[in-house]
Design a protein around this ligand. Structure first.
Ligand code: ADP
Ligand code: MG
Length: 714
């Protein structure tokens, strides 16, 4: 099975026809709502509706008095009578305002969109139950887009103590499927005679962990009879979600290590030895040596290597990759490196070509901007076996790129690639090549357990000697003159400087404008002939980017104004100052990556985080974390806490953290338990063939059906 397999499923229930019944057949759905549920919520079947969990529960017996609203608390439930409604605002920004009143005060409800179908539900003089987030506006309390229903409406047929809230969309609401509507559908489902949810976990485990039955859990997650029932339903479902992920990851790893054959690299030969004694200009760090040893053991084991190499920016991963590639070469195999950007691929090409100079190693570069004549030539030499090391970008994934005998695939900054992209590479050889994936994004342990649970991991936890930690400062806009003075001083000393601007997809044109304005200001402040400036941004042609980059590398320019395209991998030891503009707009791991571009030489390096005067709490915390620590793992932990796992870089593509109910930060204990239990079970019964594991095996196979089968290629 592939590394980082996407786990899209977890609660996909296909075990029996009842739960895989198309959603439109449920009472209250029909073709139109059915289509909407599919499109808006990816709910296609009865089973998927059952797995569409409420995101919040509200004790429906408790109401807030309007007069008691003091501050912008998260959510309140109010019971109040509708007094009046009116439409206000200019034609383009029309909104509907409804004023409601309880015996203590009044409150405005506001809708900016979808007024028409809301207006139909509003009857002055009637009493409503209103739920939403109160905000203060023009001296009055408002709730924008509240959940709302007539107080007299009957509760649904099932006994409802804690009211479930489901997220919905404007389109669904327009067809009556607001939170309440969805809840009614769920209750229709639960009340069917045929309703039945098969168990997936062996009775023995359920008993020893005091977990409730699966069917009971599904009923109670939607309609909990008490907070305690809710808790037990959540526990059971979280366990199930995390447990099956771990069970599968561990099973995959077991099969990879025990069943799948790998190319055996038995000897260390001329290439490695010559490189080590004549070309390596520095001593390897202890950590590099240890990792190379681990890799050698994998390569000689006769099993396919699938190893994750983690190491902070600047820790010297490229060298480890190169040594591994030389081992492949010594054993008569080709090797390739895939990097996420053209700049980075180019840099690997330069570095590696230089390092193996005069060794008779044929190194070639293939990127999107390789000319078609060259591409053709590369294509032929590659299949003919004349090229030893192929370095490139996504271009390597193209169908026409065929190797004679690819023995090793190195993927740099792996979090930048999607699973499918990576998987294409190992497909390029009859016997699956060894795989080394490298990442500089430190991953907290719980995340690693889930994301890379089927990989072996190595960590370079030591920097090359002589590095000084980067001094990091936070500066407000008002300090810009001082900043420029500082930069001039550093440039006079012979150093080079990066000035980086945010580039965020949604506002690309605005970001570009910012960048260009910044660039103009820098040009005015640092005029020729004393200063020369490079500029690199995402909308430039690759050739132009490369030209600007090369000027900076050759020290023809002293300042590099850029967007985050320089974030990964770029290695210019003479650049010792990193200025990050609008630093408040960057995530922590991105800031850490950017800072890693400096501090690569022996001079003291600096990172200056420029921000506007107003900062949100989160932004302030991020900036402070950067100022106080250079430890990538500490930063990653803070990042995980601030943002939650879903937003961490590299997790979106993988799909693996698309968890429905568990939270790998909050449920760390459950996760760890699941992992150790899964380990124990697979150790005793790898194929899950024993009778007591039948349920597990069955469910795991059901889950598989829903995925692409990466298993064949890694
Ligand atoms: P990473 O890819 O892990 O961010 P690199 O492989 O680009 O780091 O290495 C950063 C710099 O450190 C490079 O200039 C590299 O030549 C240098 N380097 C690597 N290993 C050592 C070492 N053992 N001693 C000194 N310098 C090293
Ligand atoms: Mg690197």
């Amino acid at each position: 099975m592939g590394m980082n397999c996407p786990i899209f499923f977890t609660f996909v229930i296909v075990v029996q026809p009842f739960l895989s019944t198309p959603i439109e057949y449920l009472k209250g759905v029909g073709p139109i709502r059915g289509e909407l549920l599919r499109k808006e919520l990816q709910v296609n079947t009865f089973g998927e509706l059952l797995s569409y969990f409420p995101f919040r529960y509200v004790d429906r017996s408790k109401f807030f008095r309007i007069a008691d609203i003091r501050e912008e608390v998260a959510f309140i439930q109010v019971k109040a009578v509708l007094r009046s409604t009116q439409t206000v605002g200019a034609p383009r920004s029309k909104r509907l305002v409804a004023t409601v009143e309880d015996h203590t005060g009044t409150l405005d409800l506001v809708w900016f969109k979808g007024h028409k179908w809301v207006a139909d539900k509003l009857f002055p003089g009637r009493e409503y139950v209103i739920f939403g987030r109160p905000t203060r506006f023009s001296g009055r309390w408002n709730i924008a887009h509240p959940e709302l229903e007539l107080a007299s409406d009957q509760p649904p047929p099932l006994n409802e103590i804690l009211r479930p809230f489901y997220s919905s969309s404007e389109k669904l609401k327009a067809k009556g499927l607001d939170s309440r509507g969805i809840s009614k559908l769920v209750s229709n489902l639960l009340l069917l005679d045929k309703f039945y949810v098969p168990e997936t976990i062996p009775g023995e485990i359920l008993q020893s962990l005091k977990l409730i039955q699966r069917q009971e859990a599904f009923v109670n997650i939607h309609f909990p009879g008490s907070p305690d029932q809710l808790k037990r339903a959540q526990t059971r479902l979280k366990f199930e979600e995390l447990f099956f992920i771990q069970l599968r990851l561990i099973q995959q790893k077991f099969f990879r290590l025990n069943k799948q054959e790998g190319i055996r690299f038995t000897h260390i030969g001329e290439y490695v030895n010559r490189f080590y004694s004549h070309h390596l200009t520095f001593e390897l760090t202890g950590a590099q040596k240890r990792v190379i040893k681990e890799i050698r053991a994998d390569l000689g084991s006769g099993k396919q290597m699938n190893r994750l190499l983690q190491g902070d920016v600047g820790s010297g991963k490229t060298l480890v990759a190169l040594m591994t590639m030389l081992i492949a070469l010594d054993n008569g195999y080709q090797a390739c490196i895939m990097a996420p950007t053209e700049i980075l691929a180019n840099q690997h090409f330069q570095t590696i070509s230089t390092m193996v100079k005069d060794m008779g190693v044929e190194v070639r570069l293939l990127t999107g901007s390789t000319k078609s004549a060259d591409r053709k030539e590369i294509q032929e030499s590659l299949i003919g076996g004349d090229i030893h090391f192929m370095i490139g970008t996504h271009a390597l994934l193209e169908e026409y790129v065929r190797f004679k005998n690819l023995g090793l695939v190195v993927i740099d900054e792996q979090h930048r690639f999607g699973v499918a992209q990576r998987a294409k590479l190992w497909d390029k050889n009859k016997v699956t090549p060894h795989v080394l994936v490298m990442t500089a994004t430190p991953i907290p342990r719980t995340l690693a357990m889930t994301l890379y649970g089927d990989l072996d991991a190595s960590v370079i936890d030591e920097m090359p000697p002589g590095r000084k930690p980067v001094v990091t400062r936070h500066a407000f806009e008002s300090k810009r003159l001082e900043l420029f003075g500082f930069l001039k001083k550093k440039i006079k000393e012979g150093r080079q400087v990066y000035i980086v601007y945010p580039l965020i997809k949604e506002s690309e044109s605005m970001d570009l404008k910012n960048l260009m304005e910044g660039y103009d200001a820098v040009v005015r402040e640092f005029p020729l002939p004393d200063f020369a400036i490079s500029i690199v941004h995402g909308q430039m042609k690759p050739a132009n980017k490369d030209y600007e980059m090369q000027r900076f590398i050759r020290k023809q320019t002293q300042i590099m104004v850029a967007t985050t395209v320089i974030e990964v991998g770029v290695d210019i030891p003479n650049a010792s100052v990193m200025v990050i503009e609008n630093a408040e707009r960057f995530g922590l791991s991105q800031l850490h990556q950017l800072r890693g571009r400096v501090g690569r030489g022996s001079d003291q390096s600096f990172c200056i985080l420029m921000t506007s005067d107003k900062l949100t709490n989160d932004a302030r915390k991020r900036i402070q974390t950067m100022v106080h620590t250079t430890d990538g793992f500490a930063i990653a932990e803070t990042d995980l806490q601030l943002r939650g796992p879903g937003d961490l870089e590299g997790t979106q593509q993988s799909g693996i953290l698309d968890l429905k109910i568990a939270d790998i930060v909050k449920d760390e204990k459950v996760l760890k338990y699941c992992r150790s239990l899964a380990l124990r079970i697979i150790e005793e019964d790898p194929g899950l063939e024993r009778p007591e594991n039948e349920r597990l095996n069955h469910h795991l196979r059901m889950i598989h059906k829903y995925e692409h089968n990466w298993g064949l290629i890694s």
